[in-house]
Ligand binder design. Structure first.
Ligand code: NAD
Length: 296
């Protein structure tokens, strides 16, 4: 079994690290938060006092951090992971960050003799706890082959999306599509109601017709048709609207940088921003249905 450093033991990283412990790996974890370190120790991990200590002598290092600036700092600052780890260390950054930062950090890691993947995830906190995450990986074939057995202990579907940064590219494209499809699904339910069409009846028809999509059939934004969806719990997250803003902003920045036209992605970002201004930040992203009912 491998010696693994794990940095960032929050809502996602905590349960992901616990699954590596459960699989028999020797996991040394670091987080700035004492509570996260305590929970990691309760799960059988070895808490340590710094990122460098977690990574020292490790075969592989996983990072699960809030944003690109944290990832750049943990890897590239003086005394950061790239400088302090033994050459040949395998790095997997599972955070959701911007594509240019992912590519820059991987290039720096590779030129120092390490292997590195960007490996963002889909599946949320429930998927992290159950070990059923989807990983979207960008990087060399060699890094992907080395990472796969470790990622399989935390996820069910492990995709190699291409070279460095392509995991983040897959993640932003997927989540832009999710934001757009959720708004479309919400609008359809609101229009159905206004036209006197029962929500369950509309669900039964559309879920087997051409309007079918994940936002409808797995995460239905009205209570009733899908009992596990946050709509049944007064829109408690789930996946908070604030996190959807993060992903739609990353998509908008990526589109601008690549000169790609994404008018619906931009509009989805504007609508989620307005939903948040109206107090929706901590609501599940499907809760935008209530905001859309009253906006024009
Ligand atoms: P979180 O805020 O719960 O966890 C992040 C952790 O990183 C915190 O515990 C924080 O203390 C720690 N941290 C920050 N800077 C650090 C540093 N320099 N050294 C060590 N630890 C540091 O966030 P999360 O929900 O676990 O999300 C982590 C990443 O996963 C984000 O990029 C997010 O976009 C992505 N993501 C989250 C979800 C979700 O449903 N929560 C789903 C998919 C992807």
């Amino acid at each position: 079994m491998a010696v693994i450093g794990f940095i960032g033991l929050g809502n996602m990283g905590g349960p992901m690290a616990a699954n590596l412990v459960e699989a028999g790996h020797d996991v040394r974890g670091f987080d700035l938060s004492a509570d996260s370190l305590d929970r990691f120790a309760e799960a059988g991990g070895k808490p340590v006092a710094s990122a460098a200590e977690a990574a020292s002598g490790a075969d592989a290092v996983v990072t699960m951090l809030p944003a690109g600036k944290h990832v750049r700092s943990v890897y590239m600052d003086d005394g950061g992971l790239i400088a302090s780890c033994k050459p040949g260390t395998l790095f997997m950054d599972c955070s959701t960050i911007d594509v240019p930062t992912a590519r820059e950090v991987i290039a720096a890691a590779e030129s120092a003799g390490h292997m590195m993947l960007d490996a963002p995830v889909s599946g949320g906190v429930a998927g992290a706890a159950a070990g059923t995450l989807t990983f979207m990986c960008g990087g060399s074939n060699k890094a992907f082959a080395a990472a796969r057995p470790i990622l399989e202990k935390m996820g069910r579907n492990i995709f190699h999306a291409g070279g460095p940064g392509n995991g983040q590219a897959a993640k932003v494209c997927n989540n832009m599509l999710l934001g757009i499809s959720m708004i479309g699904t919400c609008e359809a339910f609101n229009l159905a109601e206004a036209l006197g069409l029962d929500a369950q009846t509309f669900f039964d028809i559309s879920s087997t017709a051409s309007g079918q999509c994940w936002s409808l059939t797995s995460y239905c934004p009205v209570p009733g048709p899908v009992p596990t969806s946050p709509a049944n719990l007064d829109y408690q997250p789930g996946f908070a609207a604030a996190m959807m803003i993060k992903d739609l902003s990353l998509a908008a920045d990526a589109a601008k940088g690549a000169n790609a036209s994404t008018p619906m992605g931009k509009r989805a970002l504007e609508l989620y921003e307005r939903f948040i201004e109206a107090g929706g930040a901590d609501t599940d992203f499907s809760g935008i249905i209530r905001y859309l009912k009253t906006s024009n």
